[in-house]
Ligand binder design. Structure first.
Ligand code: PLP
Length: 456
């Protein structure tokens, strides 16, 4: 890791495994962004991980800012999480029956989120958002939902309209990037989704309250819900402007629609309780995932009793899952939240993330490379903006950034032992295991990486 003067790393074993994997799995991976398609080269195959350090099958070590795309906030193989899992695994891996662990994790979530009285556990963020939408439609008796262009809420059909994350990462350069609202409406982001499935999905731009109002004005009394990442994280990190979330809240309340905050990425990452605590906004339904599973497959949707009691078996809204509330996932989630609950945990996350952000900004400046560094707590993006001083506050600005420069930056850091997300549009996730020394090493490596970008 941060092997500044070490010989260039080799990736022979990763290359061999990638060839085999490509024969057996589409793109050689179980989720598209992992294939490095946006940055080129061979994805590193991981042998093991501990703390903030990943080791690949060739023995190369990396300071890891991917963190499994967000869940790993307490460090890989954190000893407390491992101990909780070891204890749980000896008691069986799944029962199809309720457990006390579900109560414990649910009560941690309800305790942290003022808008939440009840929780339904599922297995992924995708399940959480699609179930939340079903609930919102049932509760309002309306069909239309509104999402942001470049917002990602998992891969359910109805939400794959102008989606961010992997969809944006794999988009052809220049295509689908500067869409105006009118032309972007209701087009599936992928073959296999019938236009009729996204016909009820309306689009708005993140941080554009007037645009949201216009969508509501065009469909009076017909919108079931807005679903939004309170901090956009799947077009790169973009913070909400002051008053934006409060404005959406008012808009929903005034029109009888529900506000679904998709906190799959932000929940318990940017603050205890998530972005809604940070920005003091009340959700009707909250979607969670990632951190609340501590690296195991978990999602949840949650809200007040009056809504949650509409879900089967109390209410008529059907939703179920063989492995939902899985005891291992609950154990990893509980121990991760216990670590975050300790005094100073979020202060440490903030301090380390700020150290990294400041170091990266200075390194970019020294190398004369214009960047916008967007950060909220322990999630951030380095955007390669067109001109010095340019900011990224919306989708158009995010997608105008130079993905070729990101590519150079990514590879320069990878070869120096720093593992960033392989896409301009995915967030970096510092965690509690990123020590000041590791961040200093990252910044040192980044100084050279920005120089390489400057010369490219
Ligand atoms: C905001 C948001 N919502 C939903 C999801 C989907 O979660 P999962 O990949 O667990 O299905 C993601 C995944 O990155 C996400 O970032």
């Amino acid at each position: 890791m941060a092997r500044k003067t070490a010989p260039a790393p080799t990736y022979t074993h990763s290359e061999t495994l990638f060839q085999r994997a490509k024969d057996l799995m589409p793109g050689g991976v179980s989720s598209p962004v992992r294939a490095f398609k946006a940055v080129g080269g061979t994805p590193i195959f991981v042998k093991d991980a501990e703390g903030a350090i990943l080791t690949d099958v060739d023995g190369n070590k990396y300071i890891d800012y991917v963190a499994s795309y967000g869940p790993i906030i307490a460090g890989h193989a954190n000893e407390r999480v491992v101990a909780a899992l070891s204890k749980a695994i000896g008691r069986g891996t799944s029962y199809g029956a309720p457990t006390e662990a579900e109560i414990q994790l649910a009560s941690m979530i309800t305790g942290a989120l003022p808008s939440v009285e009840m929780v339904r556990f599922v297995n992924s963020g995708t399940e959480a958002t699609m179930s939340a939408i079903r609930l919102a439609r049932a509760a309002t008796g309306r069909d239309l939902i509104v999402k942001c262009i470049g917002g990602y809420h998992g891969h359910a059909d109805q939400l794959l309209a102008e989606a961010g994350s992997g969809v944006l990462t794999l988009a052809e350069p220049g295509k689908s990037k500067k869409k105006k609202l009118a032309e972007a409406e209701s087009k599936p982001s992928t073959p296999g989704v019938p236009p009729s499935t996204v016909a009820n999905t309306l689009l708005m731009h993140f941080n554009d309250l007037d645009g949201a109002k216009a969508v509501f004005d065009a469909h009076p009394g017909k919108i079931a819900a807005i679903i939004i990442e309170p901090i956009a994280g799947n077009m790169g990190v973009v913070a909400p402007k002051a008053g934006y979330l409060a404005g959406l809240r008012e808009l929903c309340t005034a029109s009888g629609a529900l506000l679904i905050l998709d906190e799959v990425m932000t929940g318990f990452r940017v603050a205890w309780g998530g972005a809604q605590r940070l920005y003091d906004v009340q959700a009707d339904i909250t979607c969670l995932g990632k951190v609340i599973g501590g690296g195991l497959p978990v999602g949840a949707y949650a809200g007040p009793k009056r809504l949650m009691e509409m879900i089967a078996p109390i209410g008529p809204v059907y939703q179920a899952g063989t492995l939902s509330g899985n005891p291992l996932a609950m154990a990893a989630g509980i121990s991760t939240l216990e670590i975050l609950q300790e005094p100073g945990a979020y202060e440490t996350l903030e301090q380390r993330s700020a150290q990294l952000a400041e170091g990266l900004m200075e390194a970019a400046k020294d190398a004369g490379v214009p960047i916008a560094l967007n950060r909220v707590g322990a999630m951030m993006t380095v955007f390669f903006v067109p001109t010095e001083g340019a900011t990224v506050t919306n989708y158009a600005q995010a997608t105008a950034c130079d993905t070729e420069k990101y590519k150079t930056f990514f590879h320069a850091l990878l070869s120096r032992g720093v593992y960033l997300p392989p896409s301009q549009f995915e967030a970096f996730f510092p965690g509690l295991a990123h020590t000041e020394e590791l961040i200093d090493q990252t910044i040192e490596a980044a100084e050279e990486a920005f120089e390489a970008v400057g010369k490219s």
